[in-house]
Design a protein around this ligand. Structure first.
Ligand code: BEZ
Length: 212
């Protein structure tokens, strides 16, 4: 089954390196990141999970829980976690789903047979507190993901959910943002953006980040 933006993230129950997980219960009322990697004991995946562990405080500040997944069994995950901790100078502080029966891989379309018959692709889903899927990316096995970019997208989603703005190319937290084109009423604009705005074009109006 393929998943589209705005869909409810499929619920599941599966084993993990931290015991049995009922996904929606585990997510609770906060944000979540679910990401798959091709296999345990592989180099790029080792760096990805190590880097993600080091971002623990960054995810926590944003109210985001992280969970990884591959089709390897729990005992493999546990042995590999020792390697990640040792080689990446960190401690893996999130569960890794052991999707040996590929139940979750099926729900989230994580095996792309024309790329590889058996290994999960490098997909990542950002899930909001309503359990809606807000970002989907899929990377090739040979390319590790940029997890700072994931934090940047979460910052954008959390900002734009609460203000009538969108974030431009390469935006970083604190940069100018754009006023959504649907907002036309000047009185409302003045009330929402008291620091003012500059109109580069009628459809491209930039304003200081409103929650700063
Ligand atoms: C890796 O994580 O290094 C990797 C996994 C599968 C294929 C290629 C690389």
């Amino acid at each position: 089954m393929s998943i589209r933006l705005g869909d409810i993230a499929p619920d599941f129950e599966q084993d993990s390196s931290e015991g049995r997980i009922r996904f929606h219960d585990w997510l609770g009322n906060g944000w979540g990141v679910l990401f798959s990697h091709p296999a345990d004991f592989t180099p790029v995946c080792t760096t990805e999970l190590g880097f993600t562990a080091k971002l623990k405080d960054d995810f926590a500040q944003r109210g985001v829980k992280v969970i990884a997944l591959s089709v390897d069994p729990v005992d493999s995950h546990l042995r590999w976690i020792d390697d990640i901790n040792e080689t990446q100078n960190t401690r893996v502080n999130f569960p890794i789903i052991a999707d040996a029966d590929r139940k979750v891989s099926g729900l989230y379309d994580l095996i792309h047979p024309n790329a590889n018959d058996t290994l999960t692709v490098r997909s990542l889903f950002i899930i909001d507190p309503n359990k809606k899927v807000r970002l989907i990316i899929t990377y090739p096995a040979s390319t590790g993901r940029n997890f700072n970019e994931i934090l940047r997208v979460i910052d954008s989603l959390q900002l734009t959910d609460n203000h009538k703005v969108a974030t431009p190319a390469n935006w970083q937290d604190g940069d100018e943002v754009v006023i959504v084109p649907s907002l036309k009423d000047e009185a409302e604009i003045a009330q929402r953006f008291p620091k003012g705005y500059r109109a580069v074009k009628p459809y491209l109006r930039l304003t200081p980040q409103p929650n700063r």
